[in-house]
Design a protein around this ligand. Sequence first.
Ligand code: EZ4
Ligand code: CO
Length: 404
Amino acid sequence: MKIVDAKLVVTSPGRNFVTLKLTTDEGLTGLGDATLNGRELAVVSYLDDHVLPLLVGLDPHRIEDTWQYLYRGAYWRRGPVTMAALAAVDVALWDIKAKAAGLPLYQLLGGASRDRVRAYGHANGAGVPELLDSVRARLAEGYQAVRIQTGVPGLKAVYGVHTTDEHGAAVLHQGARPLVEDWDTDAYLRHVPAVFEAVRAEFGDELPLLHDAHHRLTPIQAARLGKDLEPYRPFWLEDCTPAENQDAFRLIRHHTTTPLAVGEVFNSFHDYQSLITERLIDYARSAVTHFGGVTPLRKLFDFAAQYQIKSAMHGPEDISPVGMAAAVHLDLAVHNFGIQEYSGHSALTEEVFRHAYTFTDGHLYPGEAPGIGVELDEELAAAHPYAPAYLPVNRLQDGTVHDW
Ligand code: EZ4
Ligand code: CO
């Protein structure tokens, strides 16, 4: 078999997605997600200008070799743009291989290690009462694990709680310029334990509760928060400190038994190395889409398994249904699955990307369609072209730029 066509589809059915479509001489097609939120067109250029011309003529069955060829062959390694581009190629090749075999992808990854994939949803509120309503809404949708985020008294905007317009609709950006949010770490650290206390008082001890600190704390602040949350037994504390410095986690780990999750902005094994070998984290958060694909992420999870560290793939709306499908197949197959983040997608996005995976009673199922099980409606995609959009930027109250 040979690849005869490689092209990108960039579409914005409510938010931007970049999708690679490979076609073979036998008429099989494969899809891969290359969406890098806020930097989409850089990945488009990387693929269009430097990778797609290399793919035409290759045997799509040679997944490992193609991955190594693109990774080592470029000389310049790693980084989010490169690894999102590689991920799209890798997943499209797996999609083709599984379709050629007539099997859902998870069967090629060793088969199912469990019957279903537990997902967690997002509950957000400007204050505690709205948060409690939001938790109730997630439970009504079937979720059996919930991430809780609230506004902080004195702050205008906070991570996880969208700025809304006069109609109550989420405002994600202002044209080509990111929104600016404000931040005060002390106010946040005072507030979060009370939030956990209120949610536990309302929903009891059993519901798994997660929380994302979104890289905003120093190691000693993260240690303090981990300790303060221990009485409420969080499922995890996510991204508590910027993780370019893996050593920071030694200090945090020394002080708290709150489980730690990190890795949604990581893009290679090397970002995790000492976090895993020193058992400084409990959950590895990388998504297929941002880690170079199923091939390297499977290797990471298998390595992490030797240290009793579990998978917990990033699953926000900015990972397309193509990336989400690949994730659910991998979730089902790896032995050390922990949990899968899942927010669903807008109704329009679900029309553009029709998928075999389903969500029922808080769990995801990949479905039995051959490949990853996603079909792209290219005509509908073309009707919703790219629109510039960015994540917010964070500033302290004196104006200093802070991590978002
Ligand atoms: O901020 O997906 O755990 N989920 C998250 C997300 C990320 C965005 C970045 O594109 O932290 O909401
Ligand atoms: Co996160």
